[in-house]
Design a protein around this ligand. Structure first.
Ligand SMILES: Nc1nc2c(ncn2[C@@H]2O[C@H](COP(=O)(O)OP(=O)(O)OP(=O)(O)O)[C@@H](O)[C@H]2O)c(=O)[nH]1
Ligand SMILES: [Mg+2]
Ligand SMILES: [Zn+2]
Length: 359
């Protein structure tokens, strides 16, 4: 029944458009409200330490207070505020209300893949704000060290304009294999430090890098972000969790991001381990911008729009640089994997294999 089907698809289209318009209207309304809420500056402010649904825990006058958003915002706290935010408070009848938010200097977010959505469109999930530097924490072992995680973190951080350093924790378990991986990053001028919270080594190095800054610790579950936070705070109050015996992965012990002051003007935000770092919102053409060691070569490829992916080696100077050992093959492998995710191309292994054979 072609007529009926055509009518049905017309109706579906109309109802979809209507829904879309309603979403746009409500988003616009929300954004307007948030715009009035944000101010350039204020002499007095508190810092958001943790947000739980409708309550924000705010460090104010050196005390921790519980505050709520002013009523007319009509939105739950954890959709607008994140650890590191600076907020203006007003105390009314023993209740603290958050009247304004100070303009942010940075906002770290990621796309959260939502498996309940049919088309995998994803949700933006904000993690923390006003960050001066990120420490990508990895473990020498348990969970094992994979450059691909580091590369994805580097990409997301650079996209948010947040400088990053790498901290190899559990260096008491380090072998030559991990040392080789760290060298890749030293060679592209990313600072690398090594710590062990068990042996209490490297913590002073870490302190040197992060002193006077608002810093976020990111990294997979079980690498030791909370253990490092305890070491910086000289405490053992923050909950840490054993990695699983079987999979050697972390058990997602930390569930919300939390802000700690470990020294005057120096703070650290401990975050929950991220299960999957989704980078599919990037454009294929822009990925190479995040691999700064490609800079010397990428404009020399035969085709000006070369993606250094499916193009043959004899036309791609990046591939030639990988073969000649001028670009590290692990980094190139990360690049190819990221590209394959973005292009939704499952057939990419041969690209890496071809170059590995020549190496
Ligand atoms: N061998 C070794 N183990 C460590 C070290 N630091 C932490 N651990 C252990 O690693 C496990 C995980 O540590 P956590 O600090 O909970 O890790 P996390 O990164 O906060 O994990 P999530 O909160 O799940 O994201 C714990 O059993 C720690 O005792 C270290 O330097 N060496
Ligand atoms: Mg933790
Ligand atoms: Zn190329």
């Amino acid at each position: 029944m072609p007529h009926y089907n055509a009518y049905e698809s017309f109706q579906t289209k109309k109802s979809k458009e209507k829904k879309q318009r309603a979403i746009e209207k409500s988003t616009k309304k929300k954004n307007n409200k948030i715009e009035n809420f944000v101010i350039e500056n204020n002499d007095k402010y508190g810092i958001v330490v943790e947000v739980r649904y409708n309550d924000a825990y705010v460090l104010y006058n050196e005390k921790l207070v519980v505050a709520r958003l002013r009523k007319d915002m009509n939105i739950v706290c954890n959709q607008v505020l994140f650890p590191g935010d600076k907020v203006v408070l007003n105390k009314i009848n023993n209740t603290y209300l958050i009247t304004n938010l100070l303009k942010r200097t940075s906002l770290l977010s990621r796309i959260k893949k939502d498996s309940t959505r049919i088309n995998d469109s994803g949700l933006i999930k904000n993690i923390a704000t006003n960050i001066d530097m990120a420490v990508i924490v990895v473990a020498a072992q348990e969970p094992p060290l994979h450059p691909k995680f580091i590369d994805r973190y580097l990409m997301i951080l650079q996209n948010s304009n947040i400088p990053a350093i790498i901290c190899l924790n559990k260096c008491d378990l380090k072998t030559d294999a991990e040392e080789k991986i760290l060298d890749i990053y030293r060679k592209i001028n990313i600072p690398v430090i090594e710590t062990s919270t068990y042996k209490n080594t490297g913590i002073d190095d870490l302190k040197k890098y992060i002193l006077g800054k608002q810093v976020i610790l990111v990294g997979n579950s079980g690498v030791g972000k909370s253990s490092l936070t305890n070491a910086l705070m000289n405490s053992n109050e923050i909950k840490t969790g054993q990695v699983s015996d079987k999979s050697k992965r972390g058990k997602h012990t930390t569930t919300t991001s939390k802000y700690y002051i470990w020294e005057k003007n120096s703070s650290i935000i401990d975050t929950p381990g991220i299960r999957s770092l989704d980078i599919s919102s990037f454009n294929p053409e822009e990925v190479q911008e995040y691999f700064k060691e490609f800079n010397d070569y990428k404009d020399k490829c035969k085709y000006h729009d070369c993606l250094h992916y499916n193009e043959p080696s004899n036309s791609c100077v990046i591939k030639q640089a990988v073969t000649n050992g001028l670009i590290n093959i692990n980094r190139y492998e990360s690049y190819v994997r990221i590209m394959s995710d973005i292009l939704n191309d499952k057939n990419y292994e041969h690209i890496i294999e071809e170059l590995s054979e020549r190496n």
